[in-house]
Design a protein around this ligand. Sequence first.
Ligand code: CA
Length: 266
Amino acid sequence: MQKPRLLVVEDEPAFARLIHLALSRAGFDVHTVTNGEDALDLAAEIHPDAVILDLGLPGADGLSVLDELREWSDLPVVVVSGATTAFEIRRGLDRGADDYLTKPFAPDELAARVRAVLRRRHHSRGRRHRIGSWVVDLDRRTLTPADPNVNPVAHAIGRGGWRLLEKLLDNPGRILYRDELLDAAFGPSYRGDSGFLQEQVRRLRRALDIPPWAEGPIRTIHGVGYAYDEAGEIPAGRPRRPRTDADGAAAGDSVGARDQLVRRTV
Ligand code: CA
């Protein structure tokens, strides 16, 4: 699984090194800059999962960096401040920081805060996903190249395609029935048309630059449906369709990957 990417903005070299080391050890992919201008440039370039922002910076101070960042991004920001005044902290939170820490702090504490912020964000607004060479933003319905140095060819996804992608990505790790996906993306009149759904999924994979011979994170669960399986948790194979009392009862319902496994093994 891909490491969460962090952008650390800290001008004191010794402190920056300490944070870098602690967060790297905690399993993050850490990128460090020492001023606000570089922070904004790099944030736009690498699409970090979260930012750790020192408020006392040379040049543009941390709060103005936060303001500028918030104009185009809602990525999680943990503010680090040398000032112990409640006023400073409140200003940071008012301007869109997700959490704060006051110096000095234990590096483990920072790692724990970052994890908590990422978890919260994932549950509430985890609507940006990196898939292959793209960053998929479900709220804006945009595909942005994950690496600004390459310019992948963008394919149109279409309204139904976006709804399909949304249904899948909003339910990570869950196996979704074909009819459930068709309902959500194209409406009930498409129920039962698994060939149409197959074609739509093929188009989605192509739009996301997943090669034709691969499934990518959009997994085909044969005989059942599809799942967004970023972590590769759903085992390959051909699970049987779970047995239901009435055949129609399965439609509109969904099963978690784990339930599916249990049912398969009984
Ligand atoms: Ca500083």
